[in-house]
Design a protein around this ligand. Structure first.
Ligand SMILES: Cc1cc2nc3c(=O)[nH]c(=O)nc-3n(C[C@H](O)[C@H](O)[C@H](O)COP(=O)(O)O)c2cc1C
Length: 340
């Protein structure tokens, strides 16, 4: 039923400002979940279990980070059929993010540009929200980042604070060091900075695992704008540092595919269809270096089962959706699960 209603809802939502439409949808989803209406309207989630890093994902399709930044809509999003939900990015302290408007639609390209800038309620409130979700049976990933005011020299302190707090509540943790909307963040993808970050998180993970008796795997999330040499260099760093898995990719700063569009010059990260092929290429290159040892979750411009299967062929063990989900709605989740 939702599959039929979504095109109408989308038409109405696309008439209002993108960020307002987002908040309206999330509020509506939570209300529909609470009343039981969402469960009545949603298709029954298909089961196609996949195990990676000791985690049992009920199906291969997850929600990418950035949609549920506050981690307060997990149960409703789970009802729509996602097998895993990555909340955040959450930073140690709450922050407002960039000035609005900061989210732009490019419907002619099936794309979005965002420069949200990690607007989030902070890790403590985010985790309180995670704890109050009690219906979702799938996997919850907690995506962490650094505050804008923290200089890069102290970035690892921010990641360590958020990692330690998230550990008891996460099925997995992702350190996001590839958003284009926090000044200097992507510099942390240099081999030197990445190996220091990995060292910090790995030793924390070892200590917390001993203390809690529970191993929580962690991922790093990379940009699609890395060169071949950077991909090769980072792959070695990931091996040496014992990374559990990788998420590829975040949004792109390239505007090559959207030249001439009225919004093409907005700064921020571009997502959606213009990113599809590049994200698949980056997954394939990382997979060539990492093999089966470090699994990859593929994201970037998935709009159909065929897009998802190309990510699988390139080496992705699972996929995540953001922009395709906005344009296509929940039917996309089920279409991919059936085809996987
Ligand atoms: C509005 C918006 C906000 C995002 N915020 C985050 C974020 O906070 N953290 C993160 O790791 N990725 C964030 N992303 C990136 C997505 O998780 C995803 O990696 C990227 O958009 C590529 O997938 P897509 O083409 O399916 O959207 C955001 C994307 C969008 C469109």
């Amino acid at each position: 039923m939702l599959d039929l209603l979504y095109p109408l809802a989308r038409t109405l939502l696309f008439r209002i400002d993108a960020e307002k439409a987002h908040h309206l949808s999330m509020t509506g989803l939570r209300a529909a979940q609470k009343s039981g209406l969402l469960e009545m309207l949603a298709s029954a989630p298909a089961s196609k279990p996949i195990s990676i890093c000791g985690l049992n994902f009920p199906n291969p399709v997850g929600l990418a980070a950035g949609l549920d930044k506050e981690a307060n809509t997990i149960d409703a999003l789970g009802t729509l059929g996602f097998g895993h939900i990555e909340v955040g990015t959450l930073t140690p302290k709450a922050q407002e993010g960039n000035e609005q408007p900061r989210l732009f639609r490019l419907p002619e390209h099936q794309a979005l540009i965002n420069r949200m800038g990690f607007n989030n309620p902070g890790i403590d409130q985010g985790l309180a929200n995670v704890r109050s979700s009690n219906q979702f049976q799938g996997i919850v990933g907690i995506n962490i980042g650094k505050n804008k005011i923290t200089p890069n020299e102290r970035a690892n302190d921010d990641y360590a604070i958020a990692f330690e707090k998230a550990y008891p509540w996460a099925d997995y943790i992702t350190a996001n060091f590839s958003s284009p909307n926090t000044p200097g963040l992507r510099d942390l993808q240099s081999e030197e900075s990445a190996s220091k970050l990995l060292l910090t998180l790995k030793s924390l993970q070892q200590r917390l695992c001993k203390e809690t008796g529970r191993y929580v795997p962690f991922a790093l999330k990379v940009a699609p704008d890395l060169s071949d040499a950077q991909i090769q260099g980072l792959s070695q760093v990931f091996f040496d540092g014992g990374l559990d898995f990788l998420i590829a990719t975040n949004t792109t700063i390239s505007r090559e595919k959207i030249q001439g569009h009225r919004n093409s010059q907005e700064t921020g990260g571009l997502s959606g269809a213009p990113l599809t092929d590049r994200a698949t290429e980056v997954i394939a290159m990382f997979h060539q270096h990492l093999g089966q040892e470090i699994p990859i979750i593929g994201a970037g411009g998935i709009f159909s089962a065929s897009d998802a299967l190309k990510k699988k062929q390139a080496g992705a063990s699972l996929v995540q959706l953001y922009t395709g989900f906005i344009y296509r709605g929940p039917s996309l989740i089920h279409e991919i699960i059936r085809a996987w």
